[in-house]
Design a protein around this ligand. Structure first.
Ligand SMILES: [Zn+2]
Length: 437
């Protein structure tokens, strides 16, 4: 727990409780606690929905010219939005994926394209709220453990807000992500170990040095940032929520954030039902899906390994909340192989123009499994969450493609080459015929 450095309470008045998800204790809203002071489990932030409802109407939202996540400020756990909002976080497009829907035989498929955030991943939503919250607590240094995206995101948002970011990451993280972190000017501590070790060290360092801890798996503020993706999906679909939302899952923070967003809207009466959430995990990192499928509340750690680095964890830090999200939304869990993730990555990019990193493409691989098993009916309305950009891990993306041999720089050679590939197509045949006439 923090000594109060700033004049402000840990949370604004519209946050009324910080409730332990295990024992129900209230950690309070005056002083900031990461986890339950009684039992150490994660916390949920509860809002005064009546007060919010009285002051904030759908029309206010619809006429607000701010497209960023700060338009949802009455449902966020900070006293005010930052003055500097030049890096616009959130407000990402919901893309109608008609080619992909036709290809699979689904009636209605949407892609929430969160690759379009400032650092190219959904994690910017959590970082934006975390950076502002840290500042309100009077802190100027923020630490995070990450396989890459959360770290790159924190580094970007911190640079923009003139905060110091210290990142603990496995040394094996994709070079593009490490490059991003260093380019943004953050301090990088590359651990000779896995993500779980980096996580524990970051937590220890935050305690030791008095830094703000941006680790989603234990800081309740961050899920509140992630929930804005659900608020946006609901608003973009004019409050008629989808039947299914497909979410790639590692630590479980994004899916619990998505659940919280829809939960808040239900409390406000702005939507009528909770969409069914589908958790997609890599076969090599299956802890949450395994527990859910077996109907267990206790998770068994694994020695995780997958090409989808962003969702590769031995023991999910927000697993309990993720399991609750699946139970409460009548959701389901799906496991996908690395091979199917890489195939899905290429198929998604070539059918939609959206280049997803492997962890994000896992959502599409999972959707294909649900299609094959009939878990999701053909006439369902589906939203798939694409959480990070494929440029963040080029070596992984290269596994599914092969570079062409050089072609002699002459038109005849180009034509021969394209004919061999069979890509000249009908246009060319028609033009050649016309020329002959
Ligand atoms: Zn507790």
């Amino acid at each position: 727990m923090f000594e109060l450095i700033s004049e402000l309470k840990a949370y604004p008045d519209h946050v009324v409780r910080a409730t332990c998800i295990a024992c129900g204790a209230d950690a309070g809203t005056s002083v900031f606690a990461y986890t339950c002071p009684e039992c150490g489990a994660n916390l949920d932030l509860e809002y005064d929905y009546d007060a919010i409802q009285a002051e904030w109407k759908i029309d206010d939202l619809m006429t607000n010219p701010d497209r960023s996540l700060w338009r949802y400020a009455p449902l966020l756990p900070v006293h005010s939005p930052p003055r500097n909002r030049s890096l616009e976080v959130g407000g990402t497009p919901l893309v109608y994926a008609n080619r992909l829907a036709e290809h699979l035989g689904f009636r209605e498929l949407w892609i929430k394209d969160d690759t379009r955030n400032p650092s190219a991943s959904l994690k910017d939503r959590a970082s934006a709220i975390g950076v502002q919250h840290a500042g309100e607590l009077g802190l100027s240094t923020i630490v995070a453990a990450s396989t890459g995206n959360a770290a790159a995101s924190l580094a970007a948002l911190s640079a923009n807000a003139e905060m110091n970011a210290i990142i603990f990451t496995p040394a094996s993280a994709p070079p593009a992500k490490l490059t991003q972190i260093l380019q943004y000017g953050a301090t990088l501590v590359a651990i000779d170990g896995n993500y779980d070790m980096a996580f524990d060290l970051a937590r220890e360092a935050a305690d030791h040095f008095g830094w703000y801890n941006r680790n989603t798996g234990m800081n309740p503020v961050l899920a509140e940032g992630k929930k804005t993706v659900a608020l946006e999906i609901a608003q973009q679909l004019k409050w008629d929520v989808p039947d299914f939302v497909i979410v790639p899952v590692g630590d479980g923070c994004i899916i619990s954030g998505v659940y919280k967003g829809f939960f808040d809207l239900l409390q406000l009466g702005w939507i009528e039902r909770m969409p069914r959430l589908v958790a997609v995990q890599a076969e090599g990192s299956p802890v949450i899906v395994n527990a859910f499928s077996a109907g267990k509340l206790v998770m068994e750690p694994v020695s995780a390994k997958s090409i989808a680095d962003s969702i590769t964890v031995n023991m999910p830090r927000d697993g309990q909340k993720a399991l609750r999200a699946l139970r409460e939304s009548a959701g389901c869990g799906v496991l996908v192989s690395d091979e199917s993730i890489l195939q899905a990555q290429h198929e998604l990019a070539s059918f939609t123009g959206i280049f997803a990193e492997p962890a994000a493409a896992a959502a599409y691989a999972g959707l294909k499994v649900c299609h094959a098993t009939g878990e999701i009916p053909r006439d369902a309305r589906i939203v798939m969450l694409i959480t990070g950009n494929g440029l963040k891990d080029i070596p992984a993306a290269q596994k599914q493609i092969s570079f062409p041999q050089p072609v002699e720089p002459k038109m005849a050679a180009v034509e021969r080459y394209l004919e061999q590939l069979g890509t000249l197509g009908q246009d060319h045949a028609t033009r050649r015929k016309n020329r002959m006439v």
